[in-house]
Write a protein that binds this ligand. Structure first.
Ligand code: FAD
Length: 413
């Protein structure tokens, strides 16, 4: 039996999964709806948990060639510019977790995984192919594309993102949950920033009903700037009412953002004004995963945003997709030597779902909670600032998260 595992979606999660499977000798056919892998997206943060996976895959040199490694995370007040708290990264985070904290352009991380997957024998990448539906059979999965072509595989991984078709078929077509938040994002060349803002630091500006995050990407040559405000696309915020809700690239206007920010300190205004062009993206998620059945059923599993879409306030969307992929690879490696066709995909996916669901749910919960804390006003805001002043680093560090991913093989012993 030489049938591949079918992977729906070629984002960070799909490519990571294709790579993780192929390096264990499993043939993979990946279907991506886009006609070409494009230059879409901006910055992503990778905690030591995600960097650990890339390191274990031998991809550290490629990461070091394109990422930045900031010295610290600083939380500052968007109005007064006051430093509220900081988490040292650099040598401190390496000493604590054995891996650095990286910031990277989504396109660079995507390219890195694309090259890694392409160079594995047994990976077939098919672009311009949209998955329509699947049917689980006794000995495999039958997949139907929108072109009406039918493919067969031993198993199916739905890595098709927030609006996943595989998820809808597995769990029912439940609409995504709107956060009521909009993300303005842009890139600015580092050499166009004032020196005080060009330092290799992740800065999080906190203000009532808004926050702004900026950090270096592309080996420090650019800064990624994301401003999250409360509002609705088209109503005072670029885009058009009724325009494609799935788009990551709605047109945005700097004057709408300035109005939404209201009074802001000079450093923050300087950073916002340095960005030459903004894109807009409405933030949606889903309630946290409620059990392993939401991660996998039979020979079909969900991975990344298809399984656990989250708000980006813990900066772990890409990291969790990479951890998911690593977990599946690790479980397959544990069955090396099984006869072809004898990997036992149901067993692999059951163990995968058991290992991943609670951690992913916790990251979803914490991400949503961070949004409330970041945007706090009144008493909650005062309480947050006091807690940051008193606990600072202890509050901003996440040992439970950064020491991951949990090893599914070790936990089964
Ligand atoms: C274009 C784009 C830009 C992004 N920009 C940012 C950003 O700037 N900052 C940030 O923090 N996060 C960004 N993200 C989200 C981030 O990449 C993800 O949250 C995270 O990496 C998890 O990735 P994923 O592979 O699970 O999902 P996604 O990255 O959403 O990838 C899903 C993939 O599946 C494909 N797909 C969807 N439906 C089908 C189908 N029926 N058949 C075949 N293929 C299908 C999509 O085209 C996409 O390539 C972006 C995602 C996309 C798709």
């Amino acid at each position: 039996m030489t049938e591949s595992v079918l992977v729906a979606g070629g984002g960070i999660g799909g490519l990571a999964a294709a790579f993780a499977l192929a390096r264990e000798g499993v043939p993979v056919t990946l279907l991506e709806q886009a006609k070409a892998f494009g230059e879409v997206g901006a910055g992503l943060q990778l905690g030591p948990n995600a960097v650990r996976v890339l390191e274990s895959w031998g991809l550290s040199p490629a990461l070091h060639a394109c990422a930045a490694f900031p010295e610290e995370i600083r939380a500052r007040d968007a109005h007064s510019a006051r430093l509220l708290g900081r988490l040292r990264l650099g040598p401190m985070i390496r000493a604590r977790y054995g891996e650095p904290y990286a910031t990277v352009h989504r396109v660079d991380l995507h390219n890195l995984l694309l090259e890694a997957a392409r160079t594995q024998p047994g990976v077939q990448l098919r672009l311009g192919e949209r998955v329509a539906s699947y049917e689980e059979q006794v000995d495999g999965v039958r997949l139907v594309l929108e072109s009406e072509e039918v493919l067969h595989g031993q198993a199916l991984l739905g890595c098709d993102g927030l609006w996943s078709r595989v998820r809808s078929q597995m769990l029912g077509a439940v609409p995504v949950r709107s956060s009521g938040h909009l993300a303005y994002r842009g890139l600015v060349p580092t050499d166009e920033l004032p020196a005080a803002l060009a330092r290799p630091v992740v800065t999080v500006w906190l203000g009532p009903r808004l926050h702004v995050v900026h950090y270096p990407v592309r080996s420090g040559e650019y800064f990624n700037v994301v401003a999250v405000v409360e509002g609705v696309l088209g109503q005072g915020h670029g885009g058009d009412v009724g325009s494609d809700p799935q788009s990551w690239t709605h047109q945005a206007h700097a004057h709408d953002l300035r109005r939404a920010l209201g009074p802001a300190c000079d450093d923050l205004v300087r950073m916002i004004e340095a960005v030459p062009e903004w894109k807009l993206w409405p933030l949606n998620d889903r309630p946290p995963v409620s059990g392993p059945h939401e991660h996998a059923q039979g020979r079909v599993a969900l991975l990344g945003d298809a399984a656990h879409p989250l708000r980006p306030y813990l900066a772990q969307g890409a990291a969790m997709a990479i951890e998911d992929a690593w977990t599946i690879g690790r479980l397959v490696a544990g069955r090396r030597g099984a006869a072809p066709g004898g990997i036992g995909w149901q067993g692999v996916f059951e163990a995968y779902a058991r290992t991943r669901w609670a951690r992913n749910a916790q990251v979803q919960q914490r991400s949503a909670r961070n949004g409330t804390i970041f945007h706090a006003d009144g008493l909650l805001r005062q309480g947050r600032n006091v807690a940051l002043a008193l606990l600072g680093e202890r509050l901003m560090d996440n040992a439970w998260l950064y020491s991951g991913p949990p090893d599914p093989v070790a936990s089964a012993l």
